[in-house]
Design a protein around this ligand. Structure first.
Ligand code: HEM
Length: 107
């Protein structure tokens, strides 16, 4: 009984890892991603991954609007916060991770 809860926790963690493994992610072409280019339907590509950030858009700091980026590869902007030359925080990484819907391939 002592080991029951730790075991359940470990199994749950293993299952989450499996779901997030790159192999099992959906694959989208960059052309498909480019079609999700509006405030109502906004996908972004970052380092080969595809994120549906529609619900997050209004929450992003107002200093920089992500709306114009919808449908695009924003790897550079993500890494530098535009002209700030600073990476996003861990908190931002965690938010981004939750929006992951697949990985991107060309074209
Ligand atoms: C073109 C892509 C992006 C650009 C240029 C950009 C730019 C910025 C800027 C200028 C700030 C305010 C910086 C400051 O005052 O320190 C910021 C903060 C933030 N951004 Fe972005 N952003 C981008 C994409 C994203 C994405 C995709 C997410 C998450 C889904 C995100 C999440 C956040 C969060 C949570 C903050 C608060 C501060 C931090 O955690 O770094 N950003 N971003």
């Amino acid at each position: 009984m002592k080991l029951f809860y730790p075991c359940v926790l470990l199994l749950a963690l293993a299952a989450t890892e499996r779901l997030q493994s790159t192999e099992e992610l959906k694959v989208f072409t960059s052309e498909e991603v480019a079609r999700h280019d509006s405030k109502q339907d906004c996908w972004l590509m970052i380092e080969g991954m595809v994120y549906d950030v529609t619900n997050y858009l209004p929450k992003h700091p107002k200093k920089y609007s992500l709306v114009g980026e919808c449908g695009h590869d924003v790897t550079e902007g993500w890494k530098t916060k535009g002209d700030k030359n600073k990476p996003h925080t861990r908190k931002a990484e965690a938010i981004l991770k939750k929006q992951l819907i697949g990985r991107a391939i060309e074209p």
